[in-house]
Ligand binder design. Structure first.
Ligand SMILES: NC(=O)C1=CN([C@@H]2O[C@H](COP(=O)(O)OP(=O)(O)OC[C@H]3O[C@@H](n4cnc5c(N)ncnc54)[C@H](O)[C@@H]3O)[C@@H](O)[C@H]2O)[C@@H](O)CC1
Ligand SMILES: [K+]
Length: 215
């Protein structure tokens, strides 16, 4: 049976790993990106000929930007669509965007034709989703779902409630999902299956208690 955790537990585990154990958040993000990149390359259902990263401005988007850079440095055709206000981006997201800028990874905008792409990477929201999805985020999610491209989601398909598996307004219908550290409880509910697709579980160095743990 798959071990699951709540979204709050996943946030607490991230926080403990970074602030108590001392593994820098950029290290965890790099490990997440490497695993997600591997999952995508090992998933024969995905065609990585032309990839678009749909990036929110939090750390889920930051994971997506690591994937963008890894695809770019390995010779894939990849572009980024940033959704949300970059002025409110998380610190790690800003660092990852600077790296993407160094590599001059092309950016696209809200009017992009998603049918031009073979794979979309959903990095809009992960464990930070806190309310129903609307505005540009909902527009992008609906456009992604309606497109001919396959969708690979990072951590949790955006718009899916990680605890209950309910759709919060609208949600990405992913063909596959790379979830970080542990599966979130809502993702294994039968109603969540059409949104999660094929599931990869990525060990990035975040653990829920072990023999080395003092607590
Ligand atoms: N350093 C870390 O803590 C790690 C984080 N990781 C990734 O980071 C994710 C969590 O990142 P964040 O905490 O930055 O949050 P997210 O990137 O999930 O969300 C970003 C922000 O979106 C806003 N938001 C929430 N609901 C919204 C809505 N309906 N409409 C518009 N805006 C909304 C919130 O203000 C939230 O802070 C994880 O799911 C995982 O993908 C991984 O890289 C592992 C390590
Ligand atoms: K996501």
């Amino acid at each position: 049976m798959i071990q699951t955790i709540s979204v709050e537990e996943s946030r607490q585990l991230d926080d403990k790993t970074i602030n108590q154990i001392g593994i820098p958040s950029m290290v965890l993000m790099e490990r997440a990106g490497l695993k997600i990149y591997d999952d995508m390359r090992n998933n024969s259902d995905l065609d990585l000929n032309k990839v678009l990263i749909l990036a929110g401005t939090g750390n889920n988007g930051g994971d997506g930007l690591v994937v963008a850079r890894l695809l770019c440095t390995h010779g894939y055709d990849v572009s980024i669509l940033t959704v949300g206000n970059p002025d409110h981006a998380s610190e790690d997201h800003v660092s990852q965007q600077k790296i993407c800028d160094y590599y001059q990874i092309p950016k696209t905008f809200m009017n992009a034709d998603f049918n031009k792409y073979t794979t979309l990477v959903d990095a809009l929201f992960g464990s930070g989703l806190s309310r129903n999805v609307g505005g540009d985020f909902a527009t992008v999610i609906d456009k992604a779902n309606a497109s001919t491209a396959k969708i690979h989601a990072i951590d949790i398909p955006s718009g899916l409630n990680g605890d209950t598996g309910e759709v919060m307004g609208t949600a990405i219908k992913a063909d596959s999902t790379s979830t970080i550290a542990y599966v979130k409880a809502g993702m294994v509910k039968p109603t969540a299956q059409p949104y999660v697709g094929k599931l990869f579980i990525d060990d990035i160095g975040i653990y829920k208690g072990n023999t080395f743990d003092n607590e």
